[in-house]
Design a protein around this ligand. Structure first.
Ligand code: SF4
Ligand code: SF4
Length: 85
């Protein structure tokens, strides 16, 4: 099985949970703390991500970047979200 991981731009996240319900591994959950917008944000809660990219594809704010395990650790799916000024 391919191993992966994700990074989440927590200050962009609005806690809609679309990524959480789309994850077949139940790797994601909402944080207990809030970001500067006042939202609980998505975070990895289990170390079992496969790098399938489902979460990144459904995120309406392009807040998730997925990595698959590789020597170069290249992004499998790169979303560059623009930061609001
Ligand atoms: S890449 Fe796939 S397995 Fe990993 S957190 Fe996202 S939806 Fe879950
Ligand atoms: S889909 Fe995007 S905005 Fe929604 S909770 Fe996940 S990371 Fe946050």
């Amino acid at each position: 099985m391919i191993s992966g991981t994700v990074t989440i731009a927590t200050e962009i996240c609005k806690g809609c949970e679309l990524c959480i319900v789309s994850c077949p591994q139940d790797s994601l959950g909402l944080s207990a703390s809030i970001n500067h917008k006042g939202y609980r944000f998505a975070q990895l809660v289990q170390n079992n991500c496969t790098g399938c990219t489902n979460c990144a594809l459904v995120c309406p704010d392009s807040a998730i970047t997925v990595y698959r395990e590789a020597k170069s650790k290249r992004p499998a799916n790169m979303h560059i979200a623009s930061q609001a000024a």
